[in-house]
Design a protein around this ligand. Structure first.
Ligand code: CO
Length: 296
């Protein structure tokens, strides 16, 4: 996977160099008319029901930044491959940026739809930086993921509390399933827990691949004497992880493991991208990214 990805990147870079050199040859170095575009970048999903998160994010983006063209890219090569087998072609971030430059966009605000600044976000940042080198006449910015600054954490904790309220009122604790990572950015999950814990003891954050683990979450629930729980994804889409690892029927799913420990569980299969409270926070970052390309 690493090798083919590098090959695609090289191809895209060579292609872009050729295109830009050509443009210079024909038109000289004359300052071009500004042409602004938005590139939304997600990990992607191959689960059709999860696509409504993307549709909602796109609709909200077009509503808030009307008149600015919106393009998409998925970072996951596996997801793009699965989709292309179904006849749906979604670009990689590098391909999408090369295409947009070819189409004459010279003010491009890229928005990360990631939840934390982890491996995926920093890989995207590197690609954006590479394109800034390749296309020095264009301005390309990158909007922060959902959680980045102290202010973001306060807003996300507030939105989590709002989303949890109906379940808390029914006497259920809420357990959020984050993705989690071996990357240092995993600290944002226990970080979010700290912001939430100042508001409620009945809302807990766990992760599939990092810390806190489900085991830790269950131990905290027992300490707090919570027996009824609502599970919800802390991911932009309710895709494979939410449907299988969280709420699936297999013995290893969070639902099954919690039931085996005596918890009464319900699950909410709704990605953060389907909830306008969270989408608005991503779009605040996009607003900053647009400001950066249009006014600097
Ligand atoms: Co995953």
């Amino acid at each position: 996977m690493g090798f083919s990805k590098i090959a695609v990147m090289c191809a895209v870079f060579v292609f872009s160099f050729a295109g830009l050199a050509c443009a210079h040859g024909h038109h000289g170095h004359k300052e071009k008319e500004p042409k602004t575009g938005i590139l939304l970048v997600s990990f992607g999903t191959s689960v059709s029901e999860a696509e409504k998160a993307m549709e909602n994010i796109e609709a909200e983006t077009k509503k808030r930044f009307s008149g600015i063209p919106v393009k998409w890219a998925y970072t996951s090569g596996i997801i793009r491959h699965k989709l292309s087998e179904r006849g749906e072609d979604i670009a990689s971030p590098a391909q999408a940026l090369a295409d947009m430059l070819e189409e004459g966009f010279n003010r491009i605000a890229v928005q990360s739809l990631h939840v934390i600044p982890g491996e995926e976000y920093f890989a995207l940042l590197q690609e954006v930086e590479a394109f800034r080198e390749i296309a020095p006449d264009a301005r390309i910015s990158l909007g922060h993921p959902l959680m980045y600054s102290h202010q973001d954490m306060q807003k996300v904790a507030g939105a989590v509390m709002d989303a949890s309220k109906p379940y808390l009122q029914k006497g259920r604790a809420v357990v959020l399933m984050g993705h989690g990572t071996h990357h240092a950015g995993n600290i944002y999950y226990p970080g979010l827990q700290d912001y939430i814990s100042r508001r409620s003891n009945s809302v807990l954050v766990g992760t599939v691949e990092g810390a806190p683990t489900l085991k830790q979450v269950m131990s905290d629930l027992k300490t707090a004497q919570e027996k009824k729980v609502c599970l919800m994804p802390l991911m932009s889409v309710a895709g494979d992880h939410a449907r299988n690892d969280m709420a699936g029927p297999e013995d290893e799913s969070w639902k099954s493991r919690m039931r085996a420990e005596g918890f009464d569980t319900t699950s909410l299969l709704k990605g953060l991208g389907e909830d306008d409270r969270f989408v608005a926070l991503w779009l605040d970052h996009l607003k900053n990214a647009l400001h950066e390309v249009e006014h600097h």
